[in-house]
Design a protein around this ligand. Structure first.
Ligand code: KG4
Ligand code: ZN
Length: 335
């Protein structure tokens, strides 16, 4: 089954054609990063406008590269939640129009389920059940993936997401947007023990990152007031190691307690080199299997949406043309 998938939940306009949830036939991404970089973060109204301008040509290119047309694919899938509402609406309305015009089933996909499904594309043998760590710009979840479309959240951030913490701390350090990428670029040159940042506490497997972000901002303000210089690579390295340490220790605790030996990581922050190294070390030590997406599939893309869509379709999760986009939605909920 070949599915045309559309993704427009944030600042990437993306379309892909994916076969049987596992094989990428095409994967086209138009990123707006440079434009939002001028403002230091995503400007929702600009994101929506650029999606409107780009979506037709991005989808056309994805179909052409896969040697398909709208009438030859088997279904149309779209990210319908969560994300920026104006941005989501562009993709949802476009996908609804295509599905209606071509008489194809419409499959709504949860963006974070899509991130996890990036691993189905990269690891052909991967099947649920497994323990997932989803870390993006807006979410940080530890989730039991009981089956392809049956998920249970066991830990989540109480405040900021890991990516948000990186982005806001990077901004305070004067590093360019997107901050997580900048922090990862400078931190290898720094000393991770240079600053002893706090380890915010939350119940169970939950996370809290906002105190860590505030600690970085306060540290920079204090240094500025005293006229002292702060080594940005040292601070970036200290922050990366602290965030990665929290993510790895909570995931490992959940895996031990719940009896999982397969760990699957996803979302933009899964590109972080310190996190990847620490996860690898932890899983080797414990004898667990670790699945990470390749760097090309860590950030937002439509191939991951097409992968998850295959399993949603198999579970009968198609939508009527009255489908609406939702800015928030639990990963455990189905459309
Ligand atoms: O999944 P994603 O592309 O979009 C959302 O669904 O939010 O995640 C974006 C987040 C941003 O906060 C970005 O700074 C972060 O992922 N990110 C990284 C890295 N690459 C992207 N954070 C740390 N290290 C990276 N290498
Ligand atoms: Zn994402």
């Amino acid at each position: 089954m070949d599915i045309l998938a559309i993704e427009s939940s944030c600042d990437e306009t993306a379309a892909a054609v994916v076969r049987d949830g596992r094989q990428i036939l095409s994967n086209v991404i138009h990123t707006q990063v440079a434009e939002h970089g001028l403002y230091g973060g995503v400007v929702p109204e600009i994101a929506s406008r650029r999606h409107v301008e780009m979506i037709v040509q991005v989808a056309d290119t994805a179909l052409a590269e896969a040697h398909h047309s709208v009438s030859s694919v088997d279904a149309v899938a779209v990210t319908a939640a969560p994300g920026l509402i104006g941005a989501l609406l562009v993709g949802v309305n476009f996908a609804k129009s295509l599905a209606f015009a071509a008489g194809k089933p419409l499959i709504p996909v949860h963006h974070l389920r899509g991130h996890l499904a990036a691993n189905y594309l990269a690891h052909p043998d991967l099947t649920p059940p497994f323990l997932g760590l989803v870390v993006s710009g807006g979410h940080s979840h530890i989730v039991e993936v009981l089956d392809y479309t049956e998920l249970r959240v066991v830990g989540r951030t109480r405040d900021d997401a890991a990516g948000e913490c990186f982005d806001k701390a990077a901004r305070a350090m004067g590093l360019p947007y997107p901050g997580g990428v900048s922090i990862d670029r400078v931190s290898p040159g720094g000393d991770p023990s240079a600053f002893s940042l706090p380890i915010p506490h939350a119940e169970g497997y939950d996370f809290s990152f906002s105190g860590l972000k505030t600690a970085v901002v306060n540290l920079l303000h204090t240094a500025e007031q005293k006229g002292e210089n702060v080594s940005v690579p040292d601070l970036a390295a200290s922050l990366s190691h602290r965030v990665a340490g929290m993510l790895v220790s909570h995931t490992a605790a959940a895996a031990r307690d719940l009896g999982y030996t397969k760990i699957v990581v996803a979302g933009g922050v899964s590109a972080n080199s310190v996190l990847r190294t620490q996860l690898d070390e932890c899983c080797r030590r414990e004898g667990w299997t670790l699945c990470l997406p390749p760097l090309s599939l860590c950030g937002d893309n439509a191939a991951m949406i097409g992968a998850q869509a295959f399993y949603e379709m198999e579970a009968g999760h198609t939508a009527p043309l009255s489908l609406n986009a939702c800015a928030t939605m639990e990963i455990s909920a189905s459309f």
